[in-house]
Design a protein around this ligand. Structure first.
Ligand SMILES: *Cc1c(COP(=O)(O)O)cnc(C)c1O
Length: 500
């Protein structure tokens, strides 16, 4: 509740440049016993700085307090729950961090001779085999550094396939309105055109809509991109029929599998006729993410796209593993080095710890937790589609807004006063006033209950004290920001007062 946050006590918000005083220093060095300036190494006068750089002049304790204070302003998964939707923010076991920091892995150099890489190649081979087993595909590249990068890679392979199969004119990729926002962006980047279709009445894609789109563009369909589960948190029940329709029209089928923690052990996209998918190791398979940290978006493919996988792949000759560059139809490299290798180590460690039954249980817990929250809140926050969800649930502010004028934005801001990171709001766009929550498999029931209690209290407060909700947050260092101004004119650099 309000007051829980230590932020009010940590009100110092001056940048470090404005702290300290001239001449103060965090170090005490002995006096120089050589000249302070040496004309021989000073360089030409024209290139010399005219005035001293504006570096902070602070003591050690000021530096320590400044950065410790900043770290406490930050929200972290190690402090509390992130009920974000569309982007799994789960707790990652610390043992996987330890594995990634083992000197033999952490100290690898990208240009190291191949015969010294046997351990790393074995890990990559093992991870590729595990990902193929989980997804039902033949092979997977581990190169892409993120989910969106995986999409780009998958679409490059689809383009290469069509070029090889007389389909140069195939430029359209069908994308339903419940797809992740990166899907149409990846299409455009690849020179494809996104062909939008609407989800059906039940919130899932109708095979008939796909059939109609294919019929309307004969010979032009390059493929379809299906986010499954969709951003509505729903399983695409007609996916097998949809893949048949698209294949019959000459297209290939891409599945955005970023949220595989809803499917492991239950559904293998390769078995459903899909041709290619990406997997977000940093969501499903543990790697702390958010804030743009390193990720990994391996892409798994079936027989049609296997020849086009990026080089190099790991190859196995008997017991020996090596890099395989001899792939004549490959699209080439999609990044320098082999991958974000540390992420692969974390994912491999996680998969080996969990085993098949453990991964299946993670999926069951992720789906159970989301449905638990759905059931606990749907009377105050109506769900967009009244059916069991997968790993995430999409509510709306329909009822609250009508009865009290309080909107999704107000609820998200007020939730910060209760000590939670706000959920994803106003996405997916197909649900007005969407409030999207993915509790993940790692949250204990007590945390789910606390979140539901907070959201119910906010709904009750919207009736008794709407102003309090509308003016939230009340316990943070900064209150409501002008988000438009912050997005359009971000101030990302500090400038000295005199220069402003
Ligand atoms: C997160 C996500 C992506 C993008 O992954 P990045 O690693 O952030 O590029 C794509 N699709 C879906 C469904 C996602 O959840």
């Amino acid at each position: 509740m309000p007051g829980k946050h230590p932020r009010a006590l940590l009100h110092e918000s001056r940048p470090i440049f404005e702290q300290g005083s001239p001449g103060r220093s965090g170090a005490s060095l002995p006096a120089l016993d050589v000249p302070a300036r040496d004309p021989a190494v000073d360089g030409p006068a024209a290139l010399r700085r005219g005035e001293a750089p504006h570096l902070p002049e602070v003591s050690e304790v000021e530096v320590t307090r400044h950065f410790t204070r900043l770290s406490r302003w930050n929200y972290a998964i190690d402090l509390g729950m992130y009920p974000l939707g569309s982007c799994t923010m789960k707790y990652n076991p610390k043992v996987n961090e330890r594995a990634a920091r083992m000197p033999g892995f952490a100290g690898l150099h990208p240009a190291q001779p191949e015969d010294t890489l046997e351990g790393a190649l074995a890990l990559m081979w093992g991870l590729e085999r595990a990902l193929c087993e989980i997804t039902g595909f033949q092979r997977a590249t581990l190169q892409p550094a993120a989910g969106a990068h995986g999409e780009l890679t998958g679409l490059m392979m689809i383009r290469a396939y069509h070029q090889d199969h007389g389909g140069k004119a195939r430029k359209k990729i069908i994308i339903p309105d419940s797809a992740h926002g990166t899907n149409p962006a990846s299409c455009t980047l690849n020179g494809f055109e996104a062909l939008g279709i609407k989800t059906g009445a039940g919130g899932v894609i109708d095979a008939s809509a796909v059939r109609a789109a294919c019929a309307a563009h004969p010979g032009a369909i390059a493929g379809i991109m299906i986010t499954n589960p969709s951003t509505l948190g729903l399983f695409e029940t007609q996916i097998a029929e949809i893949t048949e329709v698209v294949h019959a029209a000459g297209g290939l089928c891409y599945m955005d599998g970023a949220n595989l923690n809803a499917l492991m052990g239950k559904f293998r996209p390769g078995d459903a006729g899909l041709d290619v998918m990406h997997i977000n190791l940093h969501k499903t398979f543990t790697t702390p993410h958010g804030g743009g940290g390193p990720g990994a978006g391996p892409v798994a493919v079936g027989a049609a796209l296997e020849p086009y996988l990026p080089t190099p792949m790991v190859a196995r000759d008997g017991e020996r593993l090596r890099w395989d560059f001899a792939r004549p139809r490959s699209i080439g490299r999609v990044r320098a080095g082999s991958s974000n290798f540390g992420m692969l180590v974390r994912a491999y460690a996680y998969i080996r710890e969990m085993g098949g039954p453990g991964l299946t249980q993670a999926t069951e817990m992720a789906v159970l937790n989301a449905n638990y929250i759905r059931k606990k809140l749907e009377d105050v926050y109506p769900v967009a589609f009244d059916r069991p969800c997968m790993h995430e649930v999409v509510f709306s502010d329909k009822k609250l807004k009508k009865e009290t004028g309080i909107t999704t934005l107000d609820v998200a801001k007020r939730l910060m006063d209760h000590g939670f990171h706000p959920p994803t709001i106003y996405f997916p766009l197909v649900v007005p006033g969407a409030l999207m929550i993915e509790p993940t498999e790692t949250e204990p029931p007590e945390a789910l209950d606390e979140l539901c209690t907070a959201l119910r209290e906010i709904a009750a407060e919207a009736v008794t004290d709407p102003d309090k909700v509308h003016s939230a947050p009340h316990t943070t260092g900064l209150r409501r920001l002008d988000e438009t101004l912050a997005a359009r004119h971000p101030r990302l650099r500090w400038t000295p007062k005199a220069a402003e």
